[in-house]
Design a protein around this ligand. Structure first.
Ligand SMILES: [Zn+2]
Length: 129
């Protein structure tokens, strides 16, 4: 059933068929290594695509319910995720945010925001199976 999702993405974007397969294989590899999210910059490097192209592909996967975008608020100093939000508009409500690693309240200048795609495990597994 979920396999049809991958096919339906391809039927909408036939020229991208090969890239869609490559991204699906990448996601499967991440799951195999116990990772639950796709970082666009890392996926882009692996697939030898630009980050913009990778984001475009991930958006298609998101439309199909295979991945789900989220924003991570990362402490710049310690490079740890302090919070996540599903909408960019929710981010400002999170600040200031307490960081237990720095024992401090962080404002916007102290954190970076990273867009990542959470893998919807069963949907993604079935899609590439
Ligand atoms: Zn911190």
């Amino acid at each position: 059933m979920q396999y049809l999702k991958l096919e339906s993405i391809k039927s909408k974007h036939p020229r991208l068929s090969k890239l869609i397969d490559e991204l699906a294989a990448y996601i499967e590899g991440e799951l195999d290594q116990g990772r639950s999210r796709v970082v666009p910059s890392l996926a882009a490097r692996q697939l030898k695509l630009s980050e913009a192209e990778t984001l475009g592909l991930l958006a298609m996967f998101e439309d199909a319910g295979l991945v789900s975008a989220r924003y991570e608020v990362v402490c710049k100093k310690n490079n740890v995720v302090l919070a996540t939000a599903h909408k960019r508009s929710e981010l400002k409500d999170l600040l200031p945010i307490h960081c237990e690693f720095c024992e401090a309240e962080h404002e916007a200048d102290d954190v970076s925001v990273e867009l990542v795609f959470e893998i919807v495990p069963q949907a993604a597994r079935d899609a590439v199976a």
